[in-house]
Design a protein around this ligand. Structure first.
Ligand SMILES: [Zn+2]
Length: 267
């Protein structure tokens, strides 16, 4: 089945993963900037990472015939030092006009701290000034509900932000409704150990509809499954979903959201 992988940290995956994704039907992969599994020691480390996301990784993906797009930001896990974070954010504009950059992300909150909030606001402003899409990471487990509320407050306080151009990722049963009711898109991240499973994601789709939802594997350097988007398609098929309805969630929804960037040519 054809699908888009809208959120995958491919810099930490192997060529076998690229091969498996393409043969499973992946038509494009999008990679938000995130934590590398360790804290970078200088803003220069982020400069190199942004080069990797905008130049090296697209070329690696192209060897498997897979179009690669990215999002740029400093992630909330490394935004606790505002001076350091501001230096990193100042590096981003020089990369924004590279042809595969979809927007600003994944920004958001990790521990819901005051410093994280300050840098979230700074990056929402960056996106607004450059009229870019936003991809938001929401915190894990017990911090998720509060962090999602705080993030929505920041986004709604900025009159330049159109909710239809923002996706709030890692939603779960207790946060999906508030995201959709406020007009934002919602992403479900399918992890084997935490966050959503494919079965829970399909439950959510069957409860809330599939108008402004996408699914992603977020596959990174930790335990994760790069094929969890097609695995979700398989779960839908088991439950009797029509092929066209599966295609709408796994392919057409991400295309519809990402087309707004003006940088994502798939239709
Ligand atoms: Zn991520």
């Amino acid at each position: 089945m054809r699908y888009i992988e809208p959120h995958a940290h491919m810099v930490s995956r192997t060529t076998d993963d690229y091969h498996a994704m393409v043969t499973a039907g992946c038509a494009a992969v999008c990679e938000p900037a995130f934590w590398a599994g360790f804290d970078r020691s200088s803003p220069q480390g982020f400069f190199d990472y942004f080069c990797q996301l905008t130049d090296h990784e697209p070329r690696r993906a192209a060897r498997f015939g897979l179009p690669h797009y990215c999002w740029l930001c400093i992630n909330p896990k490394e935004a606790e030092d505002p001076v350091f974070a501001r230096e990193v954010v100042a590096l981003i504009p020089q990369f924004l006009d590279r042809p595969t950059v979809l927007g600003i992300g994944e920004i958001g909150l990790n521990k819901n701290s005051r410093n994280e909030l300050e840098i979230l606001e700074l990056q929402v402003d960056l996106a607004a000034r450059h009229n870019r899409l936003i991809l938001v990471h929401t915190p894990h487990l017990e911090d998720k509900l509060k962090g999602t509320r705080l993030t929505l407050d920041v986004l709604r306080a900025d009159s330049r932000i159109d909710p239809a151009r923002v996706i709030i990722d890692h939603v779960e049963e207790h946060t999906v409704r508030m995201v959709l009711d406020a007009g934002f898109w919602a992403g479900m991240t399918l992890y084997p150990e935490s966050k959503c499973t494919p079965a829970r994601a399909v439950d959510i789709l069957e409860t809330y509809g599939s108008e402004r939802l996408w699914v992603n594997s977020a596959c990174d350097w930790g335990v994760s499954v790069p094929l969890n988007v097609p695995n979700t398609g398989l779960e839908m098929r088991r439950r009797g979903w029509e092929t066209a309805a599966i295609d709408r969630v796994l392919y057409q929804n991400p295309v519809r959201f990402l087309n707004q960037s003006g940088r994502f040519p798939l239709t």
